[in-house]
Design a protein around this ligand. Structure first.
Ligand SMILES: [Ca+2]
Length: 200
């Protein structure tokens, strides 16, 4: 797989000259499954949204048949390191969306990092513990550092932010509380199994 597919590209532009320089996202990212998915048809309706630190609107992206993701997002203001989380999810008409995977990462939009570049490349989807961290289970969410923890790296900063966002939104990677992660439910029994049961 080409590493280029891992890149999230930000095209710099917008209101240059003012302090409100902005960057627009263009994204192309592979699907990296935590497991072999027996019932991969269940992922056919998968959606993906990107959340950006300090931006309340989520950016909906397109999921290709091979589960790679592409799309573009509204411009974001540069000047700081911003946390990112790419959320893979499935919907049911009657129930709240069920997240399958969170891909947590960050992008350095400080001027010294941007320099004169026209684009910035961000390595979401790597799951390398430096650029991004993909989480599939509630215990992996619980293990993320909390907001009080001392921030050491950009990824830890992003993990703290992502954990807080997930808590605020009330999302869970095990929506029926049976100990089997949402992604595994889909891969074993399809979308119907994912939305079948509720927490006792
Ligand atoms: Ca479950």
């Amino acid at each position: 797989m080409s590493s280029a597919k891992w890149l999230l590209v930000l095209a710099l532009g917008g209101a240059c000259g003012a302090s409100e320089q902005e960057a627009g996202f263009e994204i192309a990212i592979p699907w990296i499954a935590a497991q072999e998915c027996q019932n991969s048809n269940g992922l056919a309706g998968m959606e993906a949204v990107l959340r950006v630190g300090d931006h309340t609107d989520e950016c909906a992206l397109s999921v290709n048949p091979d589960l790679t993701i592409h799309g573009s997002c509204e411009e974001i203001t540069v000047g700081i390191v911003r946390p990112l989380v790419l959320v893979y999810l499935l919907r049911d008409s009657m129930k709240p969306p069920a997240p399958l995977v969170y891909d947590i990462g960050w992008v350095d939009l400080r001027q010294q990092a941007l320099g004169d570049q026209a684009t910035v490349k961000v390595a979401l989807g790597k799951n390398d513990g430096i650029n991004s961290h993909m989480v599939y289970t509630p215990s992996e969410i619980n293990a993320l550092p909390g907001l009080q923890a001392t921030t050491i790296t950009n990824l830890e900063m992003a993990e703290q932010w992502a954990k807080d966002q997930i808590k605020i939104k009330g999302e869970t990677l095990d929506r029926d509380c049976d100990g089997i992660p949402n992604l595994t439910e889909v891969c074993v029994g399809g979308v119907s199994r994912l939305f079948e049961d509720e927490c006792p």
